[in-house]
Ligand binder design. Structure first.
Ligand code: KE4
Length: 424
């Protein structure tokens, strides 16, 4: 028996989120028992340098003392009131301070809730039914968005999940990411029926795929001209790629932004936010309903607020960006030395690496055509070297402020060894 076989006895698939099951790389998932800084320890006593960071939240590194202290102190005053508390106001104020496109915020408990609520808000605010998403982008597992989705849905080969009624799926228009002409054609055809476009401003669920020049401007113009809302799903990129999120990099003002991961600091917290006008449509002020028992609970708010306070600093972003660049430059050089073609990307504390000689990667088709078998061998080779990357070729990686130069150089050295073995 293994921990995984024990888990499979009582947990569907042995995991509480499919991408953790190693289905994308083979073998059994590693079970962890504690984490600190850039590293965590498995149940069998092995230490790994972590580049998943709980899929993005751990931008400060695991168990940051200031975050832990505030969580413990807050928890001692009560875990959840189901009634307003000042911490909710304080984190909303912090988000609005750091994100100029946000006048008002609604806290929820997961990125899925945030995006599900954001598209309902867009549909209610515009009175329209159709939504536009992009192939390979993942926005959580709500029905309208599990159409040609990325992340675990792509990893497991079910980008369009069973269980989504055809009558609902027909309202989701899925276009190729970075295809400006496809966007224009869709809006020419049914623009007056489109409630919103939802997009990952930098796609991170089909590995890491940045936008091509003009893509976001085309989305912004198309939405503005058609009276549709532009939703930037920044659950992953939010406060991960830049202090002002991805929208500050591209100079685009979305109508709604969804956030998660970093804003919870490792606790269950996410949000959607936007202009006062748009957010006025949400209950109880407006008719669009959305609710949540644990929304805004004080412990998650305290973790998220402390995290945002600690990253709201230019020097933090300069250092984090340099660490990530050092890592991907090192990985690219190690791959080149071994004669293995890879395409790398990085922005702030987020990075990607695709096994392809067709870089730079700007489309889902390029990702789908990449060498996933070579990625699997690389993943397990790095795991054996004590380095933990995301167990899927269709995920991005994350560097934290806690990753030291030694951690990064140890990772690069391990990669050189693994790349060399891949060639043999
Ligand atoms: P959650 O419901 O998992 O909190 O957030 C959904 C979500 C929404 N939008 C974007 C851009 C996201 O990346 C996510 C979730 N990301 C995945 C990893 N790529 C979470 C990991 C998992 O599914 O276990």
């Amino acid at each position: 028996m293994s921990l995984y076989t024990d888990a499979r006895e009582v947990i569907a698939g042995g995991v509480n989120s499919p991408v953790r099951a190693f289905a994308g790389v083979g073998g059994e998932p590693v079970f962890f028992k504690n984490a600190k800084g850039a590293r965590f320890q498995s149940e069998d006593g092995k230490e790994y340098i972590d580049y998943v960071g709980s899929w993005g939240p751990m931008i400060l590194g695991h168990a940051h003392p200031d975050v832990i202290d505030t969580v413990v102190a807050t928890a001692r005053s009560g875990l959840s009131f189901g009634a307003p508390c000042v911490l909710e106001t304080q984190i909303a104020e912090k988000i609005c301070e750091m994100l100029p496109s946000a006048d008002k915020v609604r806290m929820v408990s997961s990125g899925t809730e945030a995006t599900m609520s954001a598209i309902r808000l867009a549909r209610g605010h515009t009175g329209r039914d159709k939504i536009v998403k992009f192939e390979g982008c993942y926005h959580g597992h709500s029905d309208s968005l599990l159409i040609k989705a990325g992340s675990g849905a792509l990893t497991l080969g079910v980008p369009s999940s069973p269980g989504v009624p055809a009558g609902l799926a027909e309202h989701t228009i899925t276009l190729p990411f970075n295809d400006i002409d496809a966007v224009k054609s869709a809006f020419d055809e049914v623009g007056d029926q489109i409630a919103c476009v939802i997009v990952e401003p930098i796609a991170g669920n089909m590995n890491m795929v940045p936008p091509v020049p003009g893509f976001h401007e085309a989305l912004r113009d198309a939405c503005t001209n058609a009276g549709a809302l532009l939703i930037f799903d920044e659950v992953m990129t939010g406060f991960r790629v830049a202090r002002g999120c991805a929208q500050s990099i591209f100079g685009i003002t979305p109508d709604i932004t969804t956030l998660g991961k970093v804003i919870g600091g490792g606790m269950p917290a996410a949000a959607y936010c936007g202009s006062a006008d748009v957010m006025a449509s949400i209950a109880p002020d407006g008719p669009v309903y959305q609710a949540g028992t644990l929304s805004g609970n004080p412990v998650a708010m305290a973790a998220g607020l402390k995290t945002l306070e600690l990253i709201d600093d230019d020097a933090f972003w300069t250092a984090l960006t340099a660490k990530t660049k050092h890592l991907v430059d090192g990985l690219a050089a190690a791959a080149a030395d071994a004669g293995i073609p890879v395409a790398v990307e990085c922005e702030g504390g987020m990075f990607g690496m695709v096994f392809t000689d067709q870089g730079p990667v700007r489309t889902y088709a390029q990702v789908a055509a990449a060498d996933t078998e070579r990625f699997k061998a690389f993943f397990h080779g790095m795991l054996n070297e004590g380095v933990y990357f995301a167990p899927s070729a269709f995920e991005a990686g994350f560097v934290s402020a806690a990753h030291s130069d030694d951690d990064l150089d140890q990772t690069i050295a391990a990669a050189a060894k693994v790349f060399a073995a891949l060639v043999d």
